[in-house]
Design a protein around this ligand. Structure first.
Ligand code: UD1
Length: 341
Protein backbone atom coordinates (compact mmCIF):
# COMPACT_ATOMS: atom_id res chain seq x y z
CA UNK A 1 0.00 0.00 0.00
CA UNK A 2 0.89 3.67 -0.13
CA UNK A 3 2.62 3.51 3.20
CA UNK A 4 5.34 1.15 2.03
CA UNK A 5 6.13 3.10 -1.15
CA UNK A 6 7.15 6.50 0.21
CA UNK A 7 8.82 7.89 3.29
CA UNK A 8 6.46 7.85 6.24
CA UNK A 9 6.59 10.81 8.60
CA UNK A 10 4.91 10.98 12.01
CA UNK A 11 3.54 14.42 12.86
CA UNK A 12 2.66 14.91 16.52
CA UNK A 13 0.16 17.73 16.95
CA UNK A 14 -0.58 17.47 13.25
CA UNK A 15 -4.14 18.79 13.60
CA UNK A 16 -2.90 22.15 14.90
CA UNK A 17 -2.09 25.34 13.04
CA UNK A 18 1.49 24.73 11.91
CA UNK A 19 1.16 20.93 11.95
CA UNK A 20 -1.78 20.94 9.55
CA UNK A 21 0.04 23.11 7.00
CA UNK A 22 3.14 20.94 7.29
CA UNK A 23 1.03 17.80 6.79
CA UNK A 24 -0.42 19.21 3.55
CA UNK A 25 3.04 20.19 2.29
CA UNK A 26 4.35 16.67 3.01
CA UNK A 27 1.40 15.02 1.22
CA UNK A 28 1.92 17.32 -1.78
CA UNK A 29 5.55 16.18 -1.94
CA UNK A 30 4.52 12.51 -1.92
CA UNK A 31 5.32 11.64 1.70
CA UNK A 32 3.03 9.36 3.70
CA UNK A 33 1.72 11.10 6.80
CA UNK A 34 0.72 9.72 10.19
CA UNK A 35 -0.80 12.21 12.63
CA UNK A 36 -1.01 11.69 16.38
CA UNK A 37 -3.00 14.41 18.13
CA UNK A 38 -5.21 14.36 21.24
CA UNK A 39 -7.30 17.23 19.78
CA UNK A 40 -7.10 19.14 23.09
CA UNK A 41 -6.69 22.36 21.12
CA UNK A 42 -7.62 21.38 17.56
CA UNK A 43 -10.44 19.98 15.48
CA UNK A 44 -11.03 16.68 13.67
CA UNK A 45 -12.24 18.88 10.79
CA UNK A 46 -8.64 19.96 10.28
CA UNK A 47 -7.59 16.35 9.68
CA UNK A 48 -10.35 15.91 7.10
CA UNK A 49 -9.26 19.03 5.26
CA UNK A 50 -5.58 18.05 5.32
CA UNK A 51 -6.46 14.86 3.43
CA UNK A 52 -8.61 16.80 0.93
CA UNK A 53 -5.98 19.47 0.28
CA UNK A 54 -3.13 16.96 0.12
CA UNK A 55 -5.21 14.68 -2.14
CA UNK A 56 -4.13 11.70 -0.16
CA UNK A 57 -5.00 9.58 2.82
CA UNK A 58 -3.77 10.52 6.25
CA UNK A 59 -3.46 8.01 9.07
CA UNK A 60 -4.92 9.74 12.10
CA UNK A 61 -4.64 8.40 15.65
CA UNK A 62 -6.35 10.35 18.43
CA UNK A 63 -3.97 9.77 21.30
CA UNK A 64 -1.77 11.59 23.76
CA UNK A 65 1.91 11.63 22.81
CA UNK A 66 2.71 11.15 26.51
CA UNK A 67 0.90 7.79 26.39
CA UNK A 68 3.85 5.43 25.94
CA UNK A 69 1.74 2.40 25.04
CA UNK A 70 -0.46 4.19 22.51
CA UNK A 71 2.55 5.82 20.85
CA UNK A 72 4.48 2.54 20.72
CA UNK A 73 1.56 0.97 18.90
CA UNK A 74 1.72 3.69 16.25
CA UNK A 75 5.41 2.93 15.67
CA UNK A 76 4.63 -0.81 15.50
CA UNK A 77 1.91 -0.23 12.94
CA UNK A 78 3.52 2.26 10.54
CA UNK A 79 7.02 2.29 8.98
CA UNK A 80 7.88 5.68 10.51
CA UNK A 81 11.23 7.06 9.35
CA UNK A 82 11.19 10.50 10.94
CA UNK A 83 9.14 12.56 13.36
CA UNK A 84 8.08 16.20 13.30
CA UNK A 85 7.11 17.09 16.86
CA UNK A 86 4.55 19.90 17.29
CA UNK A 87 2.38 18.53 20.11
CA UNK A 88 2.37 20.84 23.12
CA UNK A 89 0.69 23.72 24.89
CA UNK A 90 1.49 27.19 23.56
CA UNK A 91 -0.21 30.01 25.47
CA UNK A 92 2.33 32.21 27.24
CA UNK A 93 -0.12 33.72 29.78
CA UNK A 94 -1.57 30.34 30.68
CA UNK A 95 1.96 28.99 31.22
CA UNK A 96 2.58 31.69 33.83
CA UNK A 97 -0.62 30.71 35.67
CA UNK A 98 -0.17 26.95 35.36
CA UNK A 99 3.57 26.28 35.07
CA UNK A 100 3.38 22.66 36.24
CA UNK A 101 0.86 21.82 33.55
CA UNK A 102 3.21 23.33 30.95
CA UNK A 103 6.32 21.54 32.19
CA UNK A 104 4.46 18.25 32.64
CA UNK A 105 2.87 18.40 29.19
CA UNK A 106 5.62 19.88 27.04
CA UNK A 107 8.50 17.98 28.65
CA UNK A 108 6.54 14.76 29.31
CA UNK A 109 5.29 14.37 25.75
CA UNK A 110 8.76 14.97 24.37
CA UNK A 111 10.49 12.49 26.69
CA UNK A 112 7.96 9.77 25.92
CA UNK A 113 8.35 10.47 22.21
CA UNK A 114 12.16 10.29 22.39
CA UNK A 115 12.02 7.01 24.36
CA UNK A 116 9.60 5.42 21.92
CA UNK A 117 11.66 6.63 18.95
CA UNK A 118 14.82 5.07 20.39
CA UNK A 119 12.99 1.80 21.15
CA UNK A 120 11.95 1.66 17.50
CA UNK A 121 15.31 2.89 16.20
CA UNK A 122 13.92 6.03 14.62
CA UNK A 123 16.56 8.74 15.01
CA UNK A 124 15.41 11.68 12.85
CA UNK A 125 13.53 14.43 14.67
CA UNK A 126 12.43 17.92 13.71
CA UNK A 127 11.32 19.89 16.78
CA UNK A 128 9.01 22.87 16.88
CA UNK A 129 11.00 25.38 18.94
CA UNK A 130 10.50 29.12 19.10
CA UNK A 131 12.31 32.44 18.89
CA UNK A 132 10.94 32.91 22.39
CA UNK A 133 14.07 31.03 23.62
CA UNK A 134 16.07 34.23 22.95
CA UNK A 135 14.05 36.35 25.38
CA UNK A 136 14.93 40.05 25.02
CA UNK A 137 17.63 40.00 22.33
CA UNK A 138 20.91 41.90 22.64
CA UNK A 139 21.65 41.77 18.90
CA UNK A 140 19.30 42.27 15.93
CA UNK A 141 18.78 40.40 13.69
CA UNK A 142 19.18 37.40 16.01
CA UNK A 143 21.64 34.66 14.99
CA UNK A 144 21.37 31.12 16.41
CA UNK A 145 24.49 31.71 18.49
CA UNK A 146 22.83 34.54 20.45
CA UNK A 147 22.39 33.99 24.19
CA UNK A 148 19.14 32.34 25.24
CA UNK A 149 16.98 33.59 28.12
CA UNK A 150 13.28 32.88 27.85
CA UNK A 151 11.10 34.90 30.21
CA UNK A 152 8.15 32.61 30.90
CA UNK A 153 7.42 28.90 31.58
CA UNK A 154 6.28 28.28 27.99
CA UNK A 155 9.58 29.59 26.64
CA UNK A 156 11.64 27.85 29.33
CA UNK A 157 9.97 24.53 28.48
CA UNK A 158 10.92 25.06 24.81
CA UNK A 159 14.53 25.68 25.82
CA UNK A 160 14.51 22.65 28.16
CA UNK A 161 13.31 20.43 25.33
CA UNK A 162 16.13 21.83 23.18
CA UNK A 163 18.60 21.01 25.99
CA UNK A 164 17.24 17.45 26.25
CA UNK A 165 17.72 17.04 22.49
CA UNK A 166 21.28 18.39 22.62
CA UNK A 167 22.16 16.05 25.52
CA UNK A 168 20.62 13.08 23.75
CA UNK A 169 22.44 13.76 20.48
CA UNK A 170 25.71 14.06 22.42
CA UNK A 171 25.07 10.69 24.07
CA UNK A 172 24.39 8.68 20.91
CA UNK A 173 25.62 9.55 17.41
CA UNK A 174 22.64 7.93 15.74
CA UNK A 175 20.37 10.86 16.58
CA UNK A 176 19.79 13.49 13.90
CA UNK A 177 17.84 16.44 15.28
CA UNK A 178 16.83 19.83 13.87
CA UNK A 179 15.53 22.42 16.33
CA UNK A 180 13.49 24.97 14.40
CA UNK A 181 13.13 28.32 16.12
CA UNK A 182 10.05 29.94 14.61
CA UNK A 183 9.60 33.67 14.55
CA UNK A 184 5.93 34.82 14.20
CA UNK A 185 3.90 32.43 12.02
CA UNK A 186 0.85 33.97 10.36
CA UNK A 187 -1.31 33.45 7.27
CA UNK A 188 -3.05 30.33 6.07
CA UNK A 189 -3.21 27.89 3.18
CA UNK A 190 -4.17 29.84 0.00
CA UNK A 191 -7.29 27.65 -0.37
CA UNK A 192 -8.66 29.22 2.82
CA UNK A 193 -9.58 25.71 4.04
CA UNK A 194 -7.12 25.42 6.91
CA UNK A 195 -5.77 28.17 9.14
CA UNK A 196 -5.27 29.28 12.71
CA UNK A 197 -8.34 28.65 14.87
CA UNK A 198 -7.65 29.73 18.45
CA UNK A 199 -10.09 28.71 21.17
CA UNK A 200 -11.28 31.79 23.08
CA UNK A 201 -10.01 35.31 22.42
CA UNK A 202 -6.72 35.12 20.49
CA UNK A 203 -3.51 36.05 22.34
CA UNK A 204 -1.62 36.75 19.14
CA UNK A 205 -1.96 39.88 17.05
CA UNK A 206 -2.87 38.62 13.58
CA UNK A 207 -5.68 36.23 14.60
CA UNK A 208 -7.10 38.99 16.81
CA UNK A 209 -6.96 41.56 14.00
CA UNK A 210 -8.59 39.09 11.58
CA UNK A 211 -11.42 38.38 14.02
CA UNK A 212 -11.92 42.13 14.39
CA UNK A 213 -11.99 42.50 10.58
CA UNK A 214 -14.67 39.81 10.31
CA UNK A 215 -16.73 41.44 13.08
CA UNK A 216 -16.11 38.97 15.90
CA UNK A 217 -14.20 41.55 18.03
CA UNK A 218 -15.14 45.19 18.63
CA UNK A 219 -11.78 46.68 19.29
CA UNK A 220 -8.09 45.86 19.01
CA UNK A 221 -5.82 46.82 21.91
CA UNK A 222 -2.39 47.96 20.75
CA UNK A 223 -0.01 47.03 23.55
CA UNK A 224 2.12 50.17 23.78
CA UNK A 225 3.23 52.86 21.28
CA UNK A 226 6.30 54.00 23.21
CA UNK A 227 8.77 51.33 22.09
CA UNK A 228 12.01 52.28 20.42
CA UNK A 229 10.72 51.38 16.94
CA UNK A 230 9.86 53.54 13.87
CA UNK A 231 6.18 54.05 14.89
CA UNK A 232 6.54 53.15 18.59
CA UNK A 233 4.65 49.84 18.31
CA UNK A 234 6.21 46.37 18.51
CA UNK A 235 8.04 45.03 15.46
CA UNK A 236 8.01 41.30 14.67
CA UNK A 237 9.39 39.02 11.99
CA UNK A 238 6.16 37.57 10.58
CA UNK A 239 6.55 34.46 8.46
CA UNK A 240 3.94 32.86 6.19
CA UNK A 241 2.87 29.51 7.65
CA UNK A 242 3.40 27.91 4.20
CA UNK A 243 7.03 29.06 4.17
CA UNK A 244 7.33 27.74 7.71
CA UNK A 245 5.83 24.38 6.69
CA UNK A 246 8.31 24.16 3.81
CA UNK A 247 11.09 24.83 6.32
CA UNK A 248 10.19 21.51 7.98
CA UNK A 249 10.49 19.67 4.66
CA UNK A 250 13.87 21.32 4.06
CA UNK A 251 14.98 20.32 7.57
CA UNK A 252 13.91 16.72 6.96
CA UNK A 253 15.86 16.44 3.73
CA UNK A 254 19.00 18.14 5.07
CA UNK A 255 19.00 16.62 8.54
CA UNK A 256 22.42 15.46 9.69
CA UNK A 257 24.15 13.80 12.65
CA UNK A 258 23.87 15.63 15.95
CA UNK A 259 21.57 18.43 16.93
CA UNK A 260 21.38 21.80 15.17
CA UNK A 261 19.32 24.96 15.74
CA UNK A 262 17.80 26.92 12.85
CA UNK A 263 15.97 30.25 12.86
CA UNK A 264 12.94 30.21 10.59
CA UNK A 265 12.07 33.81 9.80
CA UNK A 266 12.26 36.30 6.96
CA UNK A 267 14.73 38.78 8.44
CA UNK A 268 12.34 41.72 7.95
CA UNK A 269 9.79 43.15 10.34
CA UNK A 270 6.38 44.78 10.51
CA UNK A 271 4.86 46.90 13.28
CA UNK A 272 1.49 46.47 14.97
CA UNK A 273 0.11 49.60 13.25
CA UNK A 274 1.37 48.41 9.84
CA UNK A 275 -0.49 45.11 10.34
CA UNK A 276 -3.68 46.92 11.30
CA UNK A 277 -3.66 49.31 8.34
CA UNK A 278 -2.74 46.58 5.82
CA UNK A 279 -5.61 44.45 7.16
CA UNK A 280 -8.03 47.38 6.79
CA UNK A 281 -6.99 47.71 3.15
CA UNK A 282 -7.17 43.98 2.39
CA UNK A 283 -10.48 43.35 4.14
CA UNK A 284 -12.08 46.66 3.13
CA UNK A 285 -13.22 47.08 6.73
CA UNK A 286 -12.33 49.92 9.09
CA UNK A 287 -10.79 48.62 12.32
CA UNK A 288 -11.26 50.09 15.78
CA UNK A 289 -8.13 50.19 17.81
CA UNK A 290 -6.93 51.73 21.03
CA UNK A 291 -3.41 52.25 22.35
CA UNK A 292 -3.17 50.65 25.80
CA UNK A 293 -0.27 49.88 28.14
CA UNK A 294 2.53 47.49 27.25
CA UNK A 295 1.86 43.77 27.73
CA UNK A 296 4.08 42.27 30.43
CA UNK A 297 7.02 40.38 28.95
CA UNK A 298 6.79 41.96 25.47
CA UNK A 299 9.90 43.20 23.69
CA UNK A 300 10.30 46.07 21.21
CA UNK A 301 11.69 44.19 18.24
CA UNK A 302 12.25 40.59 17.20
CA UNK A 303 13.99 39.82 13.91
CA UNK A 304 15.57 36.62 12.66
CA UNK A 305 18.91 36.21 11.05
CA UNK A 306 17.87 33.30 8.80
CA UNK A 307 21.28 32.88 7.10
CA UNK A 308 21.94 29.42 8.54
CA UNK A 309 18.63 28.01 7.27
CA UNK A 310 19.11 29.78 3.93
CA UNK A 311 22.48 28.16 3.36
CA UNK A 312 22.41 24.82 5.21
CA UNK A 313 18.76 23.93 4.54
CA UNK A 314 18.61 25.68 1.15
CA UNK A 315 15.37 27.25 2.31
CA UNK A 316 14.10 30.81 2.20
CA UNK A 317 10.87 32.43 3.40
CA UNK A 318 9.85 34.56 0.44
CA UNK A 319 6.09 35.08 0.78
CA UNK A 320 5.41 38.79 1.34
CA UNK A 321 3.56 40.39 4.26
CA UNK A 322 0.74 41.26 1.84
CA UNK A 323 0.30 37.56 0.93
CA UNK A 324 0.39 36.54 4.61
CA UNK A 325 -2.46 38.92 5.47
CA UNK A 326 -4.46 38.16 2.30
CA UNK A 327 -4.30 34.44 3.05
CA UNK A 328 -5.15 34.99 6.73
CA UNK A 329 -8.11 37.11 5.65
CA UNK A 330 -9.22 34.51 3.08
CA UNK A 331 -9.27 31.79 5.77
CA UNK A 332 -11.01 34.04 8.31
CA UNK A 333 -13.69 35.33 5.93
CA UNK A 334 -14.37 31.87 4.49
CA UNK A 335 -14.54 30.34 8.01
CA UNK A 336 -15.67 33.17 10.33
CA UNK A 337 -16.00 30.70 13.21
CA UNK A 338 -13.00 28.60 12.34
CA UNK A 339 -13.47 24.85 12.09
CA UNK A 340 -16.78 24.90 13.99
CA UNK A 341 -18.69 25.98 10.84
C1 UD1 B 1 3.95 35.59 21.31
C2 UD1 B 1 4.63 35.04 22.54
C3 UD1 B 1 5.73 34.09 22.11
C4 UD1 B 1 5.16 32.98 21.25
C5 UD1 B 1 4.42 33.58 20.07
C6 UD1 B 1 3.69 32.49 19.32
C7 UD1 B 1 4.38 36.67 24.35
C8 UD1 B 1 5.06 37.66 25.21
N1 UD1 B 1 5.12 36.11 23.38
O1 UD1 B 1 4.91 36.33 20.57
O2 UD1 B 1 6.35 33.54 23.24
O3 UD1 B 1 6.18 32.13 20.79
O4 UD1 B 1 3.46 34.52 20.51
O5 UD1 B 1 3.24 32.98 18.10
O6 UD1 B 1 3.20 36.38 24.51
N2 UD1 B 1 -0.06 42.88 20.14
C9 UD1 B 1 -0.96 43.91 20.31
N3 UD1 B 1 -2.27 43.59 20.58
C10 UD1 B 1 -2.71 42.30 20.69
C11 UD1 B 1 -1.77 41.24 20.51
C12 UD1 B 1 -0.45 41.58 20.26
O7 UD1 B 1 -0.62 45.08 20.22
O8 UD1 B 1 -3.92 42.07 20.93
C13 UD1 B 1 1.34 43.21 19.79
C14 UD1 B 1 2.39 42.68 20.75
O9 UD1 B 1 2.66 43.60 21.76
C15 UD1 B 1 3.58 42.47 19.79
C16 UD1 B 1 2.93 42.09 18.46
O10 UD1 B 1 1.59 42.57 18.55
O11 UD1 B 1 4.29 43.66 19.61
C17 UD1 B 1 2.90 40.60 18.20
O12 UD1 B 1 2.29 39.94 19.30
P1 UD1 B 1 1.97 38.37 19.27
O13 UD1 B 1 1.26 38.04 18.02
O14 UD1 B 1 1.29 38.01 20.56
O15 UD1 B 1 3.39 37.68 19.18
P2 UD1 B 1 4.67 37.81 20.15
O16 UD1 B 1 4.36 38.62 21.35
O17 UD1 B 1 5.81 38.22 19.32
Amino acid sequence: MGFAMSRTILITGGAGYIGSHTAVALLEQGYSVVIVDNLCNSSPQAVKRIAELGRNEVAFIQADVADHEALSKVFDEYPIEAVIHFAGLKAVGESVEQPLMYYRTNLGTTMTLLEVMAEHEVWDLVFSSSATVYGDPEVLPIPEGAPTGPTNPYGRAKLMVEDICRDLAASDPRWRIALLRYFNPVGAHPSGDIGEDPTGPPNNLVPFVMQAAVGRRDKISVFGDDYNTPDGTGVRDYIHVIDLALGHLAALSHISEGCREFNLGTGTGASVLEIISATERISGNKLNYEIVGRRAGDIATSLADPTRANTELEWRADRAMETMLQDAWHWQSKNPNGFTD
